[in-house]
Design a protein around this ligand. Structure first.
Ligand code: NAD
Length: 729
């Protein structure tokens, strides 16, 4: 079966239907493109054919290019990519020109697109090459060009066509931010032409009545001027200067795609369309050859997708959750209740007092009300979701729950008590999960009568926004519990990673050294502004000092004390604690107390770094180079990730990379800690570690695994890219 079908109707309209076999959503492959090309040739050559409508045999039009194909294309090098992309442009341009005379712009055959639902990426670039786009009035449909989100940009003519259609300024949200719109908004913005009840019928009708002039794109007509002005037009000049500054401000120059996209638009706007397309193809090739785009596509699309589909799920029957019991209706419990009920799962939300349980439920109400005010949620949906949450103090209500998620105080005693109380009521085969962030799962499982059914499901705050969920296996956790946790995470549409039990699991284990390294530098007299900027310039969403302010300094103190008690003599030096404890003594607890490493105004708005730091930790006369600071901040995190993998806490580097980006925002341009090490090379990484170790000590020592890769000239993805565990190697 083929990806496209061709059918010439009695009315003379050829309908080309995109319907990729065995996929719920159409994606474009090179074979698909070749077939489409042959059908266009057929339609243009056939005298009985008056025009063409391209549509979909599925509820949606298309999800985009098959990114696995892009990954494959890259293997052939720059020339292969460029040739492949130009081949695609050739087909799209053939559709656009539709056989018309190049001089008179007459005699072409009308080609329209009928879009039933979502149309993304090449799924919009193909329609953009046709003469008119009809979309169904489907408010759930998403229309746009999201390529920038995975580190590339629209390279199927979308960049050139949308910027010429809308002007650089109006095109910016769609191209630079990957903004997606429903059909009505897409029409209002000028991305598509019509929103109708029956797009196929409307498109056929249009094709049968179109005149020569209806087929000529503005950029192919005489005297075309770019809307809003080309680069050397006074208005255009301002747009491009502003856009360039804005892109740099937003990306800190670490995302090659945004800059390349802007160059393609700018340079393309100076030349005729056919040259502009070539320029787009060159910049697109440039981006695809950049290791950042390879890594981003691999982590944020291919591997994230594989993990969500259960790449590491044990082979046990369906464990989807019907009714979840949530113990503790505080910040985390309330969030977990919302995401569960929103996914259609019945929820029992328990707290010590009815008031606390109700407060937890009202958190969902707040989110739903916000959704209503933004027209994203209906009153019916709100009633439905709230109707699924039973807020109570009565443990007997847990009777029919097949999963429990415990989110009470971070206290082993309290957790043990609720574990026993719940297990006295829940079914024998129910799974019990804890949302602890610091307590070992194996220890907490001791309170359980069924430790093989006891597991960690670690959410991040705020639960409704953070996409990562860390699933932690205790020493005795069995495969059914793992499958249950994975199926639950899939139901609530988040991304799971599965790790083994160890101090701070994976995400917190890596993020704490990042914060600590920043604080150490303050103690050493490094300019705190340099520390913060070095971090954001290398793509971290927050500098370490801002991050500790956000998570609160007393939490840092608490964790430091608990870690010291647990580690005894193995506890590292107290340089970080000195700063943290001093800040806490001063009552500077971070954002929540309106005072931390930063100053805040009365409304809680963050101001500059606190000047009092200088008096306590005077600035060193000589300040380090920004790259040196960045190496310290990145290595603090990635070495911990490598150790976690080496020790078998992390079993799959794909989880390590995806988890790092989704869990704590590790420089997404790099594709994650393991991808970053592969980009710089293990040899270079070891060199950096040696230099840092000589200056700062053992915490920067290169792990044996990294040394081994360096010695053998290997990469993490070369050796472990299919999910192999380090310990098995
Ligand atoms: P919280 O203090 O906001 O909520 C805890 C809730 O548990 C309170 O409402 C409390 O009344 C209730 N509770 C206490 N004892 C109870 C009992 N015996 N029975 C029923 N309810 C009881 O705390 P939180 O921030 O929601 O954290 C809860 C858990 O989640 C902790 O284990 C914490 O480590 C973990 N966690 C927190 C975060 C975070 O960012 N806050 C992130 C991940 C995990």
């Amino acid at each position: 079966m083929a990806d496209f079908k061709y059918e010439l109707g009695a009315d003379g309209v050829a309908v080309i239907t995109w319907d990729v076999p065995e996929k719920s959503m159409n994606v474009m492959s090179m074979e698909g493109f070749a077939l489409l090309d042959s059908f266009i040739d057929k339609a243009l050559a056939d005298e009985a054919c008056k025009g063409v409508v391209i549509t979909s045999g599925k509820p949606d039009f298309a999800g985009g290019m098959d990114l696995n194909v892009i990954a494959e294309m890259r293997k052939g090098g720059a020339q292969a990519i460029f040739d492949g992309v130009m081949q695609m442009h050739h087909v799209l341009r053939k559709i656009e020109r539709a056989g018309m005379d190049p001089k008179t712009n007459k005699g072409g055959k009308p080609i329209a697109t009928a879009i039933p639902g979502t149309a993304l990426g090449i799924g919009l670039e193909l329609p953009l090459s046709t003469h008119r786009i009809f979309a169904a009035d489907n408010p759930k449909a998403k229309i746009g060009l999201p390529e920038i989100m995975v580190g590339i940009f629209p390279g199927g003519g979308g960049t050139t066509r949308v910027s010429r259609k809308l002007g650089a300024m109006a095109a910016a949200p769609f191209l630079l931010e990957g903004k997606l719109s429903d059909p009505k908004k897409a029409k209002a913005a000028g991305l598509i032409d019509e929103v109708v009840e029956d797009p196929l019928a409307a498109a056929k009708d249009w094709v049968l009545n179109a005149k020569d002039a209806d087929l000529v794109k503005p950029w192919d007509a005489k005297g075309f001027k770019m809307p809003g002005g080309a680069p050397y037009h006074p208005a255009g000049f301002m747009t491009f200067v502003g856009a360039s500054a804005m892109v740099h401000g937003k990306t800190n120059g670490v995302y090659p795609a945004a800059k390349a996209l802007l160059s393609a638009v700018y340079e393309g706007a100076l030349v005729p369309f056919d040259q502009a397309i070539k320029i787009e193809a060159r910049w697109f090739t440039h981006v695809l050859m950049n290791p950042s785009s390879t890594s981003m596509i691999r982590s944020l699309f291919i591997n994230k997708g594989a993990l969500e589909k259960g790449a590491n799920r044990p082979d046990v029957p369906d464990q989807r959750v019907k009714k979840v019991g949530i113990l503790g209706a505080g910040m985390m419990g309330a969030g977990i209740a919302y995401v569960s009920a929103n996914a259609g799962i019945e929820v029992v939300l328990i707290d010590n007092s009815q008031e606390a349980a109700d407060r937890g439920k009202s958190y969902s109400e707040g989110i739903l009300d916000k959704g209503i005010s933004r027209k994203k949620v209906t009153e019916e949906k709100k009633a439905e979701v709230l109707g699924r949450i039973n807020a109570t103090t009565d443990y007997a209500a847990l009777e029919a729950c097949d999963l429990i998620v415990e989110a009470v105080f971070e206290d082993p005693g309290v957790k043990a008590e609720v574990t026993k109380k719940a297990e006295a009521v829940i079914p024998q085969d129910a799974i019990f999960a804890t949302n602890t962030s610091t307590l070992p799962i194996t220890e907490l499982a001791k309170a359980s009568a069924r430790p093989e059914q006891f597991i960690g499901i670690h959410f991040f705050s705020p639960v409704d926004k953070m996409m990562l969920v860390e699933i932690i296996k205790g020493a005795q956790t069995g495969p059914v519990a793992v499958a249950k946790a994975l199926d639950f995470v899939r139901q609530i549409r988040k991304t799971p990673i599965v790790v083994n039990d160890a101090r701070f699991f994976y995400a917190n284990r890596c993020i704490i050294p990042y914060i600590n390294e920043g604080i150490r530098m303050v103690a050493e007299g490094v300019n705190p502004t340099l520390v913060e900027h070095a971090a954001t310039m290398v793509g971290m969403p927050l500098g370490p000092l801002q991050l500790v302010d956000e998570t609160s300094i007393d939490l840092g103190v608490k964790i430091a004390k608990a870690t010291k008690a647990a580690m005894g003599d193995a506890y590292p030096d107290g340089a970080v604690d000195d700063v943290l404890f001093w800040m806490a003594d001063k009552g500077r607890m971070g954002r929540k107390s309106n005072a931390g490493f930063y100053e805040y105004d009365e409304k809680g708005k963050r101001q500059g770094l606190w000047s009092g730091l200088d008096a306590q930790y005077p600035r060193a006369d000589e300040q380090p180079d920004v790259h040196h600071v960045q190496h310290r901040l990145l290595m603090a995190q990635v070495l911990e990730a490598v150790r976690a993998f080496e020790q078998g806490v992390l079993e799959d580097i794909r989880e390590g990379d995806v988890g790092a980006i989704l869990g704590w925002g590790f420089a997404p341009w790099s594709g994650g800690p393991f991808s970053w090490l592969d980009i710089i090379g293990a040899g270079k990484a070891v060199e950096i570690c040696e230099a840092l170790t000589a200056q700062y000590g053992a915490r920067f020592e290169a792990p044996a695994l990294l040394r081994d890769l360096a010695a053998k000239g290997e990469t993490f993805y070369g050796r472990y890219g299919e999910g192999q565990a380090a310990q098995a190697a």
